[in-house]
Design a protein around this ligand. Structure first.
Ligand SMILES: Cc1ncc(COP(=O)(O)O)c(C=O)c1O
Length: 397
């Protein structure tokens, strides 16, 4: 057979594939499965954001079926810029925003715009599992910086400085709020990331997929600290919760957006129109604020239920996340008792207890004795029940 690209090998090792398989397996089982594995929201987008689109479809409005400008509808780029400002976030203009087809696409476009074969990309450990395979696909190597689980997965700045190298490090990737740990960078960490990146003249990609889900305190905006170096990535998969509709955006300096638009054009031509129309209505309607606050209240209550249920399991250490929809919990004692690793434990809990989680080892060495539990997809009662079932099982070991 003729040759395939070298990059494909990196993609076939992707944990995203394994996690999707796990999800499918649990659905197929048709049993009562507690879905703590999913990263998709359990809250539907508001009806008022969908209605105008339904009406346009009923009217037979052909623009809904059409292409949009490559970088996205002008009104949507404007709405995104205004929305970021309203969140006290970065002050970008519409031409510093590029609409893309979801978070995964944002990652691909951003990395494809800056990486060359042979360069290095620094990520935290643990890191969202979507990144390593893509970085390797582009022929680059990954330098991981351990974080400290005992300190809420704080970034170790000394370790960060020691792996960053001028001429070699092309980018630092930071997820903030973080998937999988829920860490939200504080001011000093954010400053340190920028300073270290500046010392090697590297890009900083800050993945802000969960930017609207910060439960206590604020969020630091890295872009404001160095607009020429920082690129923000966002997906509408979580807020307003349209993962299957594939929409997200990238913001950054005009020169970056110009280059990234070229990659976006080649990989999608233009972003999906129905999703753009829905999000345009969503972002520009005054009811949006209340919708986000309500979603945040719901998720905060679910987070508290999850953390408190986990802390009732003897010797399990669960870090209470300040943002995102995930809790990372250390199950090392039970791994020892079962003589298994986090992947084995996740499988056992799925098969024996009907609880789906994601093994911490999928995200890195630092969390190899952990499980990641999402609190987005199940209501509080179900969260308590599911974790109680895990506790009962573990208590018998
Ligand atoms: C941090 C982060 N970035 C990117 C993505 C990918 O987003 P999407 O599902 O829109 O492709 C996800 C999805 O879970 C995520 O958690």
């Amino acid at each position: 057979m003729p040759l395939f690209s070298k990059g494909i090998r990196a993609l076939s090792r992707s944990f995203t594939v394994l996690v999707d398989e796990l999800g499918e397996k649990s659905e197929r089982a048709g049993k009562n499965i507690y879905r703590f594995d999913v990263g998709v929201p359990g809250v539907a987008p508001p009806a008022w954001a969908v209605e105008p689109l339904i009406e346009a479809l009923r009217r037979g409005d052909t623009s809904v079926y059409s292409y949009s400008p490559g970088p996205g509808l002008e009104e949507l780029r404007e709405a995104i810029a205004l929305d970021l400002r309203a969140m006290k976030g970065p002050r970008v203009s519409p031409d510093e925003v590029l609409v893309v087809s979801g978070g995964q696409h944002a990652m691909f476009v951003a990395l494809a715009s800056i990486l060359d074969r042979g360069c290095e990309v620094v990520v935290t450990d643990p890191v969202y599992f979507g990144y390593p395979s893509l970085i390797e696909y582009f022929g680059c190597s990954i330098r991981r910086v351990p974080t400290d689980p005992g300190k809420g997965f704080k970034i170790n700045v000394e370790a960060l400085s020691s792996v960053v190298r001028r001429e070699r490090t092309r980018a630092l990737v930071i997820v903030d709020p973080d998937n999988p740990t829920g860490r939200v960078l504080d001011k000093s960490e954010a400053r340190a990331v920028i300073d270290v990146a500046a010392s090697a003249d590297s890009w900083v990609l800050v993945d802000e997929a969960y930017m609207t889900l910060v439960y206590e305190g604020g969020k630091e905006w890295l872009f404001d600290m160095d607009p020429s170096r920082v690129v923000g990535l966002f997906t509408f998969s979580k807020d307003p919760g349209i993962p299957g509709w594939r929409l997200g955006f990238i913001y950054g300096a005009r020169e970056f957006i110009e280059k990234a638009s070229l990659v976006a054009r080649e990989t999608m031509y233009s972003p999906p129109m129905p999703a753009q129309l829905l999000v345009l209505k969503y972002l520009t309607d005054p009811r949006r604020k209340e919708f986000v606050e309500e979603a945040r209240r719901t998720y905060r209550a679910r987070r508290d239920a999850m953390v408190s249920a986990l802390s009732s399991i003897r010797s399990v250490q669960a870090y209470k996340p300040r943002g995102s929809i995930f809790v990372m919990a250390d199950f090392s004692e039970y791994l020892e008792r079962l003589g298994t690793d986090s992947q084995g434990l996740a499988r056992t809990l799925l098969d024996k207890v009907g609880v789906a989680t994601v093994p911490g080892s999928f995200f890195g060495e630092t969390t190899k004795t952990h499980l990641r539990l999402s609190f987005a997809g199940e209501a509080e009662e179900r969260i308590k029940e599911g974790v109680e079932a895990v506790k009962e099982f573990l208590d018998q070991l």
